[in-house]
Design a protein around this ligand. Sequence first.
Ligand SMILES: [Zn+2]
Length: 290
Amino acid sequence: MIVHHTATGNRDDLSLDWAYTLSRAIQNWHMDHNGWIDTGQNFTISRGGHITEGRHRSLETLRGGVSFVHGAHAGPANGSSIGIENEGAYVSVAPTDTLYESLVDFCAYTCHQYDVEPARIFGHRDFMSTQCPGNVLYGMLPQLRRDVADRLGQSPPPLRWPTVIRGDGGERVRTVQHLLRHHGAGIAADGGFGPITENAVKAFQTDAALNADGVVRQETWQELILALRRGSAGEGVRAVQRQLHYQGFTTAVDGQFGPGTDRSVREFQARHGLTASGVVEPPTWRALVA
Ligand SMILES: [Zn+2]
């Protein structure tokens, strides 16, 4: 399952009529403008929570549970996923509760029909260089996976490294920037992912022999992070402290891993079901930035 946003306006019309109108408008655009045989995505969820079929026979195959319709929504991932477009633009605001509830229901049903785990819910940006499904909706995917697992009576899925991309803002971006600074980049840790940060990411990726696309995914995270413990100091510690602070811990942000940071790290680890070792290693980093 690949989650998208339509990047269209956040309208107040929550009616079924509008959901149909939107669905047809997308179909017209994809056929008349893009020259495709039908709508690109498999399903569309309106801000009113109404789910409409996109590409023909998507619903029939989903009900059957053995095959799916090959759509056009996520480039290289088209052949192994179904695309769910969510009406609206979620770069800086969250979707309506009604939309989110429909998305949970729909993903739970899809997981059940195709016998796939909620951990297999992704965002468009996990596969292509795009903002989609917006910083805010993308940031809700860990919660979505947990809610879907809960709906299916399954235990919570493991956390994934988030994809961070140009145009994003917030604490996760600041963490990337602090880590880039640790690795020698002369950039500001201002929480805004603009061209300067993107260039710093590309330079870092080149040095680390990674694909220099400027997008921070799992492989780049794994090279960026470092093990930290009591006595550590510097930009990496600052990144951890800022995340802890942001997540409600009363931690000083001074770049010094002292007893206060140690206490907060252990508490954070305990809350997230991790070994409360006080050592910040990959599982703790992943939980910090998820
Ligand atoms: Zn998309």
